[in-house]
Design a protein around this ligand. Structure first.
Ligand code: ZN
Length: 70
């Protein structure tokens, strides 16, 4: 009778809490670049129009406030 058994590599020892945490010290989420809007001071991503006031390079590019009034 032929047994159909698959064998896998198994770790010799359980990785300790300390070793696991030491390895993961380099694993962290990076905080993206954030600047403040010169117009309203809100936190914005660089090279993008401000979501609050719609200004980019001191120019109203999104027209957020004008569309609401009309
Ligand atoms: Zn703004």
């Amino acid at each position: 009778m032929k047994l159909n058994i698959q064998l896998f590599a198994v770790p010799f020892r359980r990785t300790s809490k300390t070793k696991k945490r030491m390895r993961r010290t380099h694993l962290k989420k990076e905080v993206g670049a954030i600047t403040t809007c010169p117009k309203c001071g809100a936190a914005i991503r660089p090279h993008r129009a401000c979501q609050k006031c719609g200004y980019y390079k001191n120019e109203d590019v999104l027209h957020l406030n004008t569309e609401e009034k009309e």
